[in-house]
Write a protein that binds this ligand. Structure first.
Ligand code: GAR
Length: 215
């Protein structure tokens, strides 16, 4: 069996996407394994999940300014990942914009999950934005990370209906369920080397889609 791709997950909060990735990685046939959970938040729920699952953790102070990261912290994370031979970085609720050395070294080897159908509702509170805008459908997007905010080439999207009686919480819960399916699918495609980027478009080799998807 070929060696599994080594992943680092970066999460700032509760860590349910981290958990779903970690559970997929436990499957023998899954082509990737998580080597490290990195967080900017010493209180992150993701840390407890990592401990429970026996995954190494690193808490890195990324600086006081919310949403941004210092050059030092970026270099530190890049070094932690390089030392462990990390081939893919997965942002899973990491609430800072990745910049600096980490971005440079892992460009095209870093994915993010966003709780809306990009390019709509970028940034914070994608679910609330969708609800307030009044769209009938929303969902989630897994995409490559580039220098912008939620702007990189799109790999996978999953759609959910927005119901009349939805609150931010109920819509978020419906989207989250799809996030937990979408992220492992995208990581698998990356690890199997089946993604080819041309401009903004990501082509998936041997993609199996139902005809109804194209109707
Ligand atoms: C997820 O809904 C993820 O899509 C979102 O944060 C949540 C993290 O939940 N990410 C963003 O909004 C990034 N812009 P989790 O900690 O349970 O995985």
């Amino acid at each position: 069996m070929p060696e599994k791709l080594k992943i680092a997950v970066m999460a700032s909060g509760r860590g349910s996407n981290f958990r779903s990735l970690a559970l997929s990685c436990l499957e023998e046939s899954f082509p990737a394994a998580i080597s490290l959970l990195a967080t900017d938040n010493p209180e992150a729920g993701a840390l407890y999940i990592a401990d429970e699952m026996g995954i190494e953790t690193a808490v890195v102070d990324c600086g006081g300014r919310r949403g941004s990261m210092t050059p030092d912290s970026s270099s530190k994370l890049a070094e932690l990942f390089r030392k462990r031979g990390i081939g893919l970085v997965c942002l899973a609720g990491f609430m800072r914009i990745v910049k600096g050395e980490l971005m440079r070294i892992y460009s095209l080897r870093m994915l993010n999950i966003h709780p809306a159908l990009l390019p709509s509702f970028k940034g914070l509170h994608g679910q609330r934005q969708a609800l307030e805008y009044g769209v009938r459908y929303s969902g989630c997007t897994v995409h490559f990370v580039d220098e912008g905010i939620d702007t990189g080439p799109i790999i996978i999207q999953k759609v959910v209906p927005v119901l009349q009686e939805d609150t931010e919480e109920t819509l978020s819960a419906r989207i989250l369920k799809e996030e937990h399916r979408a992220y492992p699918e995208a990581v698998r495609l990356f690890a199997e080397n089946r993604l080819r980027i041309e401009g903004r478009r990501v082509f998936i080799e041997n993609e199996k889609r139902r005809n109804s998807d194209a109707d």
